[in-house]
Design a binder for this molecule. Sequence first.
Ligand code: AIR
Ligand code: ASP
Length: 305
Amino acid sequence: MSKPRKYNTKANERKIMIATTGMKIGLEVTRGKTKKISTLEGDDTTVIIESFDSITAGDGVKKDDIGGKAEFANQTTCNVFALLKAAGIPNAFRGKVDSTRFLADHCKMIPLEVVVRRVALGSFLHRNPGVKKGEVMSDLVVEFYLKTNNRGFNGIKIPECDDPYLLFDEGRQVFLLFNPTKEICQENIIETISSGCVMPDFFDVKPEMIKTAVRTFEVLEQAWKKLGYTLADFKIEFGFDFFGDLMVADVIDNDSWRVIDSQGAHLDKQVYREGGDLKTVKGMYEKVAQLTEEFAQQTMEFARS
Ligand code: AIR
Ligand code: ASP
């Protein structure tokens, strides 16, 4: 077994665990399709993230409730972030509160989805028609998508699709947006927006985001490998904590990645996207929640190294 790398834990050491007894929920910060994020009364630096039983696909076109999913999602996220913390990857996770909720640093979120890929699957195949499904890439691919809402971003209308694929033109300090399901070429640019309207100092932060996204992927890839599975790809989100440090934030659960066995069978949301029955889907989420409990063991290995 290869020795895990050591990461800089400076940012993590600053974290203070807070007692959850007597904790009062404050205002709702945001609500997504599968979770809600609220502040704590009298504490601007902390949020509580609660998972729901809902599952969606295709930008919410397909939607169901699966009893128990909230617990599985919360358990998975807590296991994942505990491992990342042990590996020294700066992340917003503070600790599990109960079966469906955890505490995290209240971060100023960057409105981007960062996808890292080892195996060519999903939307990557649409954009790269020459690549074979399931091809393993020796160099990880890091991609960015703009998080949009109802086909818009900060008042800019983007009628073509939500969460467009994003390329950078650093010289002009702009983002070029594309429909993720179409080939990437000049004619297919759906919008050009100034990077400043997404984040003023984006190009200064971009290298650190890429480095952290790659490290995060490598840690989780290794963790899944030890259990006999392949982490094919994942989506993570970043934010800045109270101190202005860049953190992996939000959640990382079974909706966030593709995990496949040696036959290429999915343990993740792909089963739902492809029309699997809800009982089978629930079984997958439960299995992933249980499997990621093993990450705790690996957390110890990081602690010993
Ligand atoms: N993802 C993308 N948007 C939301 C999520 N959760 C994840 C998918 C997949 C990876 O990002 O679950 O693991 C790449 O998705 P796609 O569809 O671009 O191939
Ligand atoms: N996350 C998106 C949704 O929930 C797309 C997907 O995962 O398929 O609709």
